[in-house]
Design a protein around this ligand. Structure first.
Ligand code: 8X3
Length: 260
């Protein structure tokens, strides 16, 4: 879309899944006419993605950088140290996030609790706080926060993950209200099941358990969510897709999934 032309887009968790797919979708939608800042912990993965992008879209400008959003002190320096031509961010995709484990309350490890809280909540908040001054200075910019159906409906064995996504939702709503007198758009995208590394991470490498989540379903894929994110951020400036719940056609809640 023409509205995306020349935009600088920062994506966290860009090495895989929805983050990676969103990077590629922006390139496709703009014919390579965007500047991408791809941040993730796995720099090797980002290097592969950059190579592929350089081959497919020679005109595209891509900056990759190692960033762990749970290293809160590194977020602001990451932005400050961006090459000049990537500094003026127009769209922030707060995508980095994860579920860790499926234990019931009483058995959840502190490491898992902190892993989810620090990534999904504190990391997202810290990144947002770091980018907001850039947006306020030009009275423009889009923030897309990746929530989840888990931020609307809490389910057993997901207490912490659900709590983090409810937190994302509350933070997002407050932020949108605070920015009511600006042109900054705050967008929340809440997917249901999406077949990515998500379940493999949740079940800590148990491929059988991870596969079962999507078995006999037609799930959403990362590309489908990416397609929607690009749609949401390329609406006319007077329109904000404030809030969207995104399901595969055969899903209606965390536990209403048709398995034909
Ligand atoms: C991921 C979807 O249903 O596992 O956010 O919470 S679910």
């Amino acid at each position: 879309a023409e509205r995306l032309s020349g935009k600088t887009i920062l994506i966290t968790g860009a090495s895989a899944g929805i983050g990676q797919a969103t990077a590629l979708e922006y390139l496709e939608a703009s014919n390579g006419n965007v500047k991408l800042v791809l941040a993730a912990r796995r720099l090797e993965k980002l290097e592969e993605i950059k190579e592929k992008i350089n081959a497919d879209y020679p005109s595209a400008k891509v900056y990759i950088g190692r960033l762990d959003v749970t290293k809160f002190d590194e977020i602001k320096p990451f932005l400050d140290n961006l090459p000049q031509e990537f500094k003026d961010i127009d769209i922030l995709i707060n995508n980095a996030g994860k579920a860790l484990g499926s234990d019931k309350v009483g058995n959840i490890s502190t490491a898992d609790i902190e892993g989810m809280m620090n990534t999904n909540v504190v990391g997202l908040i810290t990144m947002t706080q770091a980018v907001i001054p850039i947006f306020k200075a030009k009275n423009a910019g889009d923030i897309v926060n990746l929530g989840s159906v888990a931020g609307r409906e809490a389910y057993p064995t997901g207490s912490i993950y659900c709590a983090t996504k409810h937190a994302v939702r509350a933070f997002t709503q407050s932020l949108r209200k605070e920015l009511i007198d600006t042109k900054i758009r705050i967008i929340e995208v809440d997917p249901g099941n999406v077949e990515t590394e998500f379940s493999l991470v949740r079940y800590k490498g148990d491929t059988d358990k991870a596969k079962k989540v999507y078995e006999n379903t037609e799930p959403l894929y990362a590309e489908d969510v990416a397609d929607f994110i690009v749609y949401a951020t390329s609406r006319k400036q007077n329109t904000v897709v404030a809030d969207a719940l995104l399901f595969a056609t055969n899903q209606a809640s965390p536990f209403h999934i048709y398995r034909g």
